[in-house]
Design a protein around this ligand. Structure first.
Ligand SMILES: Nc1ncnc2c1ncn2[C@@H]1O[C@H](COP(=O)(O)OP(=O)(O)O)[C@@H](O)[C@H]1O
Ligand SMILES: [Mg+2]
Length: 209
């Protein structure tokens, strides 16, 4: 079972939105998805439960508000992918990123229109990467630009690249990005352009979609 963890040390950047839509996207593709909701409020769980696209006979929703990531996943052979939503306070353990954890992917969303938030996320991610890189040559983490309009994208991306380069982690910026969607539903975004970007993101991190 591949394990995807969505995390950033900052609220409002789209962790729950991405985790929810990645879960739905994969379920719609016929993958058996284990959605693990570690975030306060259980919003991903709530939206997945309400969605006809997340069939409970193939998929599972587990709500463990404010808990840590488990170290074992009993029953994982019945699932293809685990998708975990986490909260801002949640600290990724650096060993999750090393080569003993090849089946894990960490996605860190960041919103370029909030430069302070970008700097904070980048700084924390750089710390994590430095800790993980001791004894390891590549890490399974990608920072992803979220909530950006197409018209702003190239200049905003340059800003983010500047911030990440200064922290020495430009290599962790995903070539893919998630557009701002004007859909009214906060967590389950049905916009085809949004879903298209989720597909590209997943395929860029080696999820077979
Ligand atoms: N790509 C996007 N397009 C439009 N709205 C988004 C997008 N990503 C997140 N949002 C909105 O931003 C707000 C915060 O997102 P959320 O997923 O709750 O962030 P977090 O879980 O990091 O706190 C929500 O209202 C959500 O609908
Ligand atoms: Mg959230």
């Amino acid at each position: 079972m591949l394990k995807i963890v969505v995390n950033a040390p900052k609220g409002g950047v789209g962790k729950t939105t991405l985790a929810t839509n990645i879960s739905l996207f994969l379920a719609k593709q016929g993958k058996r998805v284990w959605a693990l909701d570690l975030a306060q409020g259980g919003l991903m769980s709530e939206d997945l439960k309400a969605s006809h696209d997340f069939d409970s006979s193939n998929n599972k929703i587990e709500t463990k508000e404010l808990e840590e990531l488990p170290s074992r996943f009993p029953g994982s052979s019945k699932f293809d992918v685990l998708v975990a939503d986490t909260d801002d306070y949640f600290k990724i353990q650096s060993n999750l990123l090393d080569e003993n954890h090849r089946g894990w992917r960490v996605i860190v969303p960041l919103v370029p229109s909030d430069p302070k938030g970008c700097r904070r996320i980048t700084r924390e991610t750089a710390k994590l990467a430095r800790a993980a890189l001791v004894g390891s040559s590549r890490i399974n983490l990608q920072v992803v630009i979220n909530k950006c309009s197409l018209s702003d994208y190239s200049s905003r991306r340059q800003d983010v690249e500047g911030i990440m380069e200064r922290e020495g982690i430009l290599g962790l910026l995903s070539p893919e990005w998630i557009p701002f969607s004007t859909e009214p539903d906060p967590y389950y975004i049905k916009d085809p352009a949004f879903f298209d970007s989720i597909e590209k993101l997943l395929s860029s991190i080696g999820v077979d979609v």
